[in-house]
Design a protein around this ligand. Structure first.
Ligand code: SAH
Length: 418
């Protein structure tokens, strides 16, 4: 074994880790000379332009090992189609079997346990696995009380779903009894393959959870994503601090997450608006579940743009704008920035003087600086004096891998408008 400058052992292509127990041989992805830098810095993606040669004809989702042009082992991952050719999940050469995935889920569980989330009587819903943040590219697992919802975006992660479900049940010591696989849409979009959603264990697909003591009904089967937007937990908590006595518009409110917190914190009026009628039905249920009902706490099915354009000037003094990801890829980024600018300009123009705007972007390809620029342009359009009073992000159970900072997908600003 040779030790090059980066202190990683060079393993020749033909060398096995242990000759008595030869490791399974995976197809090899060999990089072009000089293209190993990002992998040496533990970035978990390899783009097709960096690849010299692929041996063994791996299919989408197959495990591959990556090597530098000089033959040193770099990392192991899942083969993808398209320009993002490999998603890496380990930088240590090893056999990728059942034990490997169980160890990964155990580590994710340990992290959530240390965050006080696995046994918390006040908050019973959390994200157990968050993509690259947990070194499991393209996998999420959300826990809602006694049920977990798994969503794989690659065939490689989907192939090990049963192992993952078993590990979750065992780590929870029997507290989690149902695991629902909700990968059909993501697998079809990412790979074109048709698979079905379904239970990997148990049969409970909806339940009531607590988030900071607030009650929410979650339906994993019919709801959007895994059923609830756990990524806004801390921001909802923060909103409560600004809500006392205010008239609130929760735009893109989904099932009323922000609305329940605002009402509980003493908002005078809370209007929840979303274009999805099923989401609005659950939002109204969630408001009732927490003791809040119309007319002060109304849930309205409407298109955001139409609602913002027709609402009265000075009607609200606290507005939340949490739209869906306007940019799904780099090609749609400019259009997305125009979208953020335009809805924020209306909200900033119409909010009451002294009002507060919580504004978000969950587009991964729109970084914090771009988002702030779009909001700055919106403030210019609105012609209002605006102060940024807080910068918001995603909570601790949606961690960002330091080697993959693109993982900080949720960006938010709290603005005070003169
Ligand atoms: N703030 C929510 C999550 C919002 S997700 C929470 O805390 O739970 C984005 C929401 O935007 C979805 O509920 C989706 O139905 C809604 N949406 C998408 N397009 C919309 C439109 N044009 N007008 C209003 N709502 C829309």
């Amino acid at each position: 074994m040779l030790f090059p400058l980066d202190n990683r052992p060079v393993i020749l292509f033909t060398t096995f880790v242990n000759m008595n127990n030869p490791m399974k041989k995976y197809p090899q992805v060999i990089l072009k000379p000089g293209k190993e830098g990002p992998v040496l810095r533990f970035h978990p993606w390899i783009f097709s332009g960096a690849i010299q040669e692929i041996t063994g004809k791996p299919a989408e989702g197959d495990i591959v090992e990556c090597f530098s042009s000089k033959g040193s082992y770099l990392a192991t991952g899942h083969c993808m189609t398209g320009s993002l050719a490999v998603k890496l999940f380990t930088f240590k050469r090893q056999e990728i079997g059942k034990d490997f995935w169980i160890a990964k889920i155990s580590e994710a569980w340990r992290v959530r346990k240390s965050l006080g989330l696995t046994d918390n009587s006040n908050t019973t819903a959390f994200r157990l696995v968050h993509y690259e943040g947990d070194n499991m590219p393209r996998l999420i697992v959300d826990v809602y009380g006694s049920m977990a919802v798994l969503q794989a975006h690659t065939s490689g992660m989907h192939d090990v779903r049963e192992i993952i479900a078993g590990a979750i049940i065992s780590l929870s010591e029997g507290k989690i009894t149902s695991v629902y696989d909700k990968s059909a849409e993501s697998i079809r979009k990412m790979t074109g393959r048709i698979v079905e959603d379904g239970f990997l264990a148990g049969d409970v697909g909806e339940c009531e959870v607590l988030e900071n003591g607030n009650r929410f009904h979650v339906n994993a089967v019919t709801g959007q994503k895994t059923g609830f937007f756990l990524d806004q937990r801390d921001n909802r908590d923060l909103l409560a601090r600004y809500s006392q006595g205010r008239t609130v518009l929760n735009m893109f409110g989904y099932t009323g997450g922000f609305s329940v917190y605002a009402a509980k914190a003493g908002a005078k009026v809370v209007h929840t608006v979303d274009s999805s009628a099923p989401a609005i039905t659950i939002a109204a249920e969630n408001m009732k579940l927490n003791g809040f009902d119309a007319p002060h706490y109304e849930c309205i099915t409407a298109d955001a743009r139409k609602y913002l354009d027709t609402m009265e000037q000075d009607q609200y003094d606290l507005i939340i704008l949490d739209p869906p990801a306007y940019a799904k890829n780099v090609a749609s980024r400019i259009q997305a920035l125009k979208g953020y600018r335009s809805i924020n300009a209306v909200a900033l123009a119409k909010i009451k003087s002294g009002g507060i705007l919580f504004t978000f972007s969950c587009s991964q390809v729109v970084d914090r600086q771009m988002f702030t620029s779009a909001i700055t342009a919106a403030a210019v359009d609105a012609g209002r004096q605006v102060r940024i009073i807080q910068h918001l992000s995603q909570p601790a159970d949606h961690p960002v891998n330091i080697f993959h900072q693109e993982g900080e997908y949720l960006k938010g600003l709290v603005l005070m408008v003169e």
